[in-house]
Design a protein around this ligand. Structure first.
Ligand code: AHR
Length: 603
């Protein structure tokens, strides 16, 4: 294939094109990017139980509802110590199928009620081996009348794997015949950018390397809830963590909401991402008879979104802006984009969406005319017959590799008047992204980039998966609880290559052949040119690229001859390679391997 990239003119490309979609699925939040490491630490969810907890010595543990910590954390962990107790007694927590002890300085905290004057020992211990990765003696003086907060920092030794548990013990004799109550026990490693209540560095660093432009949150289905009552409620995710009740998430497990509204904005701020806040639009996943909500019944939910936006955008003179400031954030968050609902074309939401979208749009646009408001679908039959000026639409595409390639042209002739957000897309039908699917995603993305005057943003989904917890596959990044357990999939490398090498102008490319099996797009930024290529086939392809005046470049290639090859938690055969390339007679020439994605960056 011979390509000639024009150095004249071109169409402007969206500066936000590549970014992230995040929701708590596959324990991507609790047990994942939210750095708190103990599972079931606040006994939250619809049926609080003893998941992850164990007892030490001859003490017995139970879920207690008579000694709530706060009106939000209504259950605590009761440790009954028998009269004849000797030795150490207390509790263990298994973490989220283990604890990644990365050798950083850890921090633990908990509330305790019950008479104790003495030391509590916090330890991190290898299951089976008994190897101690940390041990900290904490002096405690507590009583039976109220909860006392305890916290301590301590050094850790890096563990070889995640097969580690947390333990809190006291001398049994000193508390024999009594009960101790523990509330909201927390354990944090050193967090990403040292943010309090922050992110797990292993995962945050992997995302930072992608250099994405935006973060869509908090869902996805997890925004919607299985019914209206279990939707994600912004006001229950703010303030001190002991005042956050958590909720039964959509993806089968309780969410602590420790990763709450402000934490999402700190994530954006720390990673340089534009926030895209998704708000609930009167429609839950399993409507259960109580959604969609329409007519006058929708008003409280519209008002709730206005309150949420005042919390995010209001200054300190406003009620909710003052609340945000009281929680430590004086300045409003720099929110510019709000999505109304999630996939309202599905599950019986379509018919009422036009009415619901309009109700939210009108109220939010009136209060915040500068916000970009995004409909949660692009299906015309679900949208108002004429979309308000400036509104965008969201288009999702989970597809087979061939299906994604078939979508290459999807936006070529689309109406330019209403921009698109591709809020979710990925290959489907596999456990881990396979090379063929990652090449197909690249073909799809080349189609998006060629149309990035109207396609403003696009995000792979889902983003993260703890390998012990699968509700959806494949995912962009997998991880285990080993401190180094990170699976950068072939799709992750494609996202990184495409996002890091971005121009602001899409250039015309003249070719001797038409698209397929090789696909391409070229862009420029100042003096740099980027040519992205995908070879969706099992044969190698000889490529020649001419860019007038450009003779030096870096070629990054990710490939595997085996279309089904995948990076997984057991093998990682796929990794990108970089090489320096020079143009001869004005042309860069190289061979694209079978099933490959490549970026030529020329300057
Ligand atoms: O990404 C997984 C799910 O796919 C999202 O929660 C939902 O929006 C879509 O159906």
């Amino acid at each position: 294939v011979s390509l000639e990239v024009s150095t004249e003119g071109g169409n402007s490309s969206s500066p936000l094109l590549y970014g992230f979609m995040f929701e708590d699925i596959n324990h991507s939040g609790d047990g994942g990017i939210y750095a708190q490491l103990l599972r079931n630490n606040g006994l939250q969810g619809s049926k609080p139980d003893l998941t992850a907890w164990g007892s030490v010595g001859n003490s017995k543990i139970a879920v207690d509802s008579d000694n709530p910590l706060t009106s939000a954390i209504t259950h605590t962990l009761r440790v009954d110590v028998p009269k004849e107790a000797t030795g150490r007694v207390g509790v263990t927590n298994a973490g989220y199928w283990g604890i990644p002890v990365d050798g950083s300085n850890f921090h633990t905290s908990f509330w305790i009620k019950g008479k104790l004057d003495g030391d509590i020992t916090a330890r991190l211990v290898g299951n089976g081996t008994g190897t101690e990765y940390a041990s900290k003696s904490i002096s405690v003086s507590s009583n039976g009348n109220k909860f006392t907060v305890v916290d301590a920092s301590f050094e850790t030794t890096k563990a070889p794997d995640g097969n580690v548990y947390y333990e809190l013990t006291v001398d049994g004799k000193s508390v024999a015949g009594s009960s101790l109550y523990f509330g909201l026990v927390q354990l944090f490693p050193r967090t990403y950018k040292d943010r309090q209540n922050g992110l797990q560095p292993k995962l945050a660093n992997a995302l930072e390397s992608v250099k994405g432009s935006f973060l869509r949150f908090p869902g996805g289905n997890n925004l919607e809830g299985d019914d209206g009552g279990s939707r994600w409620k912004w006001n229950e995710t703010i303030g001190p963590v002991e005042d956050r009740p958590g909720r039964q998430g959509t993806w089968t497990y309780p969410n602590t909401d420790g990763l709450g509204l402000d934490e999402y904005f700190y994530w954006c701020e720390d990673m340089g991402l534009e926030p895209v806040l998704d708000v609930w639009a009167g429609f839950a996943l399993q409507s259960g008879g109580n959604t969609p909500i329409t007519g006058d019944a929708l008003k409280p939910y519209v008002d709730d979104v206005l309150n949420e936006l005042e919390y995010v955008l209001g200054d300190k003179s406003t009620k909710y802006g003052a609340l945000r400031a009281s929680y430590g954030r004086d300045d409003p968050w720099p929110l510019k984009m709000v999505e109304i609902g999630n996939e309202d074309n599905l599950g019986g939401g379509c018919q009422s969406y036009s009415e619901r979208f309009t109700a939210f749009y009108d109220a939010v646009h009136k209060a915040y005319p500068d916000l970009t408001l995004i409909a949660s679908t692009s299906e015309k039959s679900c949208l108002p017959s004429s979309m308000p000026k400036g509104a965008w639409m969201d288009y999702h595409d989970y597809n087979s590799p061939d299906g994604l390639v078939g979508q290459f042209n999807y936006f070529d002739n689309s109406d330019r008047s209403v921009p698109y957000f591709i809020g979710e897309y990925a290959q489907n039908g596999v456990d881990w992204p396979i090379m063929q699917g990652s090449v197909a995603e690249a073909v799809f993305m080349i189609g998006l980039e060629r149309n990035s005057d109207v396609v403003k943003m696009a995000a792979y989904a889902p983003l993260l998966q703890l390998t012990n917890s699968t509700q959806w596959k494949p995912n962009l990044i997998g991880y285990t609880q080993s401190p180094t357990g990170l699976v950068e999939t072939s799709s992750y490398f494609v996202q990184e290559m495409f996002s890091v090498n971005r121009g602001d102008t899409i250039k015309k490319v003249t070719s001797d052949l038409s698209f397929g099996p090789v696909y391409w797009v070229a862009s420029s930024a100042k003096d740099a040119y980027f040519v992205k290529l995908a070879n969706y086939g099992s044969k190698t392809q000889d490529i020649s690229i001419a860019i007038s005046g450009k003779n030096q470049g870096k070629l990054t290639v990710v490939a595997d001859d085996d279309a089904k090859a995948a990076n997984t938690d057991t093998e990682t055969p796929i990794a990108p390679t970089d090489s320096t390339v020079s143009a001869k007679d004005g042309k860069f020439t190289f061979t694209l391997p079978a099933w490959s994605v490549a970026v030529l960056a020329a300057s």
